[in-house]
Design a protein around this ligand. Structure first.
Ligand SMILES: [Zn+2]
Ligand SMILES: [Zn+2]
Length: 277
């Protein structure tokens, strides 16, 4: 059983999110027969329905920070994971703003929903957690929610890094050395550097330092989408020498010996047992 990453959404930022120019449902990471949902933002439920993924299979949820494009569908995903709230199961990992609230942000998960899961934990950069048998290093980010975290997931098929929403620093980039796949939240295109986010230029810097086998651009903002994410990924690849692709909604990566690209709609009930209407 290989490790599989399904991109429910590849949009990010306020305008992409509010008009759903791209979906913003986060990612499903299948590892060793377990499913982890990372950042269930707006559209996560719609996308899971579309690919007939039964969210009762989800065993853990991560909410990296308390911005709506990362957390809005989380309470419903928790209700799905706990089979309608009837079964205490699954684990939730979130930043301090997500879980407790801090500095005027959050919490975005109610005490009621925290009570549904089998376990929950507030995570900070530098923590190491075991998620259903997989070691996950919690990485640091520099974002407008100061408690934002990224991750390095140590799967049986290599390390998958997720920068989450962050701006560039040398130290942030170095955290992702050793990754096979690096998912970067690249909000804006080349020449459009903004505070607290990555643009194509800084994403290329991270690739030059971290040197993953493959980089995937997600969290695409509206200017990035207009500019052409595939072209921007090409700029990153040319500058860094790291193979870079622009994420697409419902794109799937299988981490076998090679990294194989697919589409979630084509997998059907073999991988995603039919949801009973
Ligand atoms: Zn975001
Ligand atoms: Zn954010």
């Amino acid at each position: 059983m290989t490790t599989r990453l399904t991109f429910l959404g590849t949009g990010g930022g306020r305008h992409t999110t509010m008009y759903q120019t791209r979906c913003t449902g986060g990612m499903l990471l299948e590892h060793g027969g377990h499913v982890l949902h990372i950042d269930p933002g707006p559209g996560a439920l719609v996308q899971m329905n579309r690919i007939r993924y039964d969210l009762g299979r989800t065993e853990s949820v991560i909410v990296s920070h308390c911005h709506p494009d990362h957390c809005s569908d989380a309470p419903s995903v928790i209700e799905g994971m706990t089979h309608g709230g009837w079964e205490r199961r699954g684990h939730l990992y979130g930043s301090a703003t997500v879980m407790e609230g801090e500095g005027g942000l959050g919490p975005c998960i109610s005490k009621y929903h925290l009570g549904l899961v089998a376990g929950h934990r507030t995570v900070r950069g530098g923590d190491v957690v075991d998620i259903d048998g997989m070691t996950a290093e919690v990485t640091e980010a520099r974002h407008s929610d100061p408690t934002t975290v990224g991750f390095k997931f140590h799967t049986g098929d290599g390390i998958i890094g997720y920068t989450c929403d962050t701006e560039f620093t040398e130290g942030i980039a170095q955290q992702y050395r050793g990754c096979r796949v690096l998912v970067q939240n690249v909000t804006t295109p080349s020449g459009n550097r903004i505070d607290y986010h990555l643009c194509t230029d800084t994403a290329a810097e991270i690739c030059r330092i971290a040197r993953p086998e493959l980089c995937v651009f997600v969290h695409l903002g509206i200017v990035m989408i207009r500019r052409g994410p595939a072209k921007e990924a090409g700029i990153c690849e040319e500058r860094s020498g790291v193979r870079t692709v622009a994420g697409e909604d419902l794109m799937v990566l299988d981490l076998a010996e090679d990294i194989v690209f697919g589409r979630a709609e084509t997998y059907g009930s073999e991988w995603y047992p039919a949801w009973s209407p």
